[in-house]
Design a protein around this ligand. Sequence first.
Ligand code: SF4
Length: 718
Amino acid sequence: MFEHLTELYNNKELKDKWIWKHKDFLPPTVIVNDLPIHFSSAFKRIGISMSGGADSTLLAYILLKLITENKIDCKLYPFHMVRFADTKPWLEYIARDVWNWLDKKFPGILQPLEYGFIPSDLETLPLSVVNPKNFENVDFTRCNTDVLITQRFKEYFVKKHNLRFVYSGTTTNPPFDNNLNAPQFREADQTNLNPELVIAPAMINPFALITKDWVMAQYENFQIPELLNLTRSCEADSLQLDIHKWNPGRVYPKPCGECFFCKERDWGIVNSSKYVKSRPCYYALGGLNYKNGYVTSCPTQSDKLSILKDSYLPSEVFNSKNFLQHRLDLLSGKWPKGCDMCKHVEEAGAGLSMRKEEIPVLSHYNKETGTNGFEGLRTVEIRFSHSCNMACLHCSQVFSSGWLSKLKRYEPDEIDRKYELIQLTGEMHRQSPDDDLTISISTERALEIVEDLNANFPNLERVDFAGGEVLYQKQFFPTLERLAQHPNASNMMIMFHSNFNADFDPIRLSKLLANFGKPMIQMSIDSGPNMYSYFRDGNWEKLVENIKSFRTADNGKTEMNLVCTTGTYQIMEIEDIFKSFLQLDANHIQASIIFTPKYLNPALMKFLYAHEIKNDFKKVKIIIDKEHEKRLADVPKYKKLQSFKGTVKFPVWTDIETAYKSLQDIENYIWKTDIDEKYWHSFIQYVKKTDVIWKQSFNNSIKKYKLIKDKIVRVKDV
Ligand code: SF4
């Protein structure tokens, strides 16, 4: 992958020039996960600049690993430049945490962390004012004095410890458009494959000509997600983060998510797939997911790792044969067949895959066998049955009894087979024609599962319930009651997925959820009022009423999030969806994508209506902007919303923030995804078929599109 760099570093002419110019030997390169890095086993004392960021931390890890594994007699001397001590005091302590972690992992090599200091007043003082002597190859008009201080400290540090080279880890900027806040000297047209940025007298910067995606991939390849978690890229200061006082020992402020460095880090994570050789996954390592007749590791994994009729207790299933292989495959970089959703998202660069949403815990994992200690089980999802009060158009008989009733007298025909209408042929959520597994966990069995969790899995931190519709099922409340006896209940996140459109007792529900550390409801709404009863087979007013009465009973203790599972129908009604979601007073607005069936995939909409849906997305942005402006204009009033956080001076509403992000994720997915246009015809057939079976009318519910003969046409902008 980096053959061009190997070639560049080994270019004889350049090498001779370097030796002649610097009168020094040029260290050889070693290849680390494809990247050539200048390093010699003859080194005795080398230094490293440790900022506490992801790049320099990874570089320190690599050097320590090389030294340890090759038994090289070499010490690594680290220093940290304390900068913006008044406005970002936490940075120094983050670097110290990183140092502690590395020292523990590689004892005896890393020397004590030393500190240089840059007064904040000099950070912004143009270098041309100081006009230093003996400071070559630096454009005084484009730098501030911080560059001089860092360089002078480095020279002092090299001398003091008699160092051969000092390493630093700075990457080239990612290919963002309008990269105004990016450090200009890191732009690709500035670094421009210049080997002198990689190696110069007393300095080696192995990442100078690569981007952050490679760096982020190495945290996976080396299976050190906990080290990545210690690092910080965010450059926001206390004013931007609205922190009035921060003292050492307090929790570090959350990254802002907005500055260039936060965005670069996210970009690196999302785009790292091509460099990944190992795929540690929180769920594969520490998840159990009870599905229709089988257990797997996560909600989207579809391999039947253990069959429920054979064993159902977590202690029997967690280290069963297929679970071990599942972990071994991912950890060696191989995608298991059932992980195709994560594979799809990562390869398309379409946001964070589920695998990357949580940090995997490897502390109880055995790399040789694939077993994980019971302490490693972190999350469980349980489905009791497919009993459901609705029959939504993206669902199937496997997950909804409503669907089963709709298709009771239905015989799949030639059209269903020709157009691959897998929901109607009964193949959806099934792996083969003879797969007749159903979701079926009785109350008695659910209680046995929970007893086993309470007794054997002390670190369980999250339990999800999904359906069917759990509020419609008798197993739910007794199971919650028993789970409240888990030793970790008071720290546990308890989450359930619900259409929130069933009859239930809001006071009892609120009381049961209060036994857990973090209760959360994921409400699948998937529609605005326009198409709610059409798509979901339910009543919008009842939904609104249920949200209201639960809020009153619960008084804001439970987080309530709105989810839009987004496919073709949702793109047609995207304005109505976002507009109505913003009125429901939720904590967050989230979007997920319908990947299958392919005829409901949202990317289909771009074949005929790319221009129109682009405009619709713009209109949704305006809707969110307007709602935001409305709230900003009367903060005392909108401060009462569930989504409010921050202060009156710096107000933030999390539903607004996440609405923007969800919209962006949907757009990214649509424009980046290739899908066969033939599924558009399948979609038309599906609409026709379900209109007949459901006894309803697409044309009466969807405002901007109409089914006319065998076409779906955009009729007007409303
Ligand atoms: S890689 Fe993705 S699909 Fe596979 S277990 Fe992990 S989260 Fe689930």
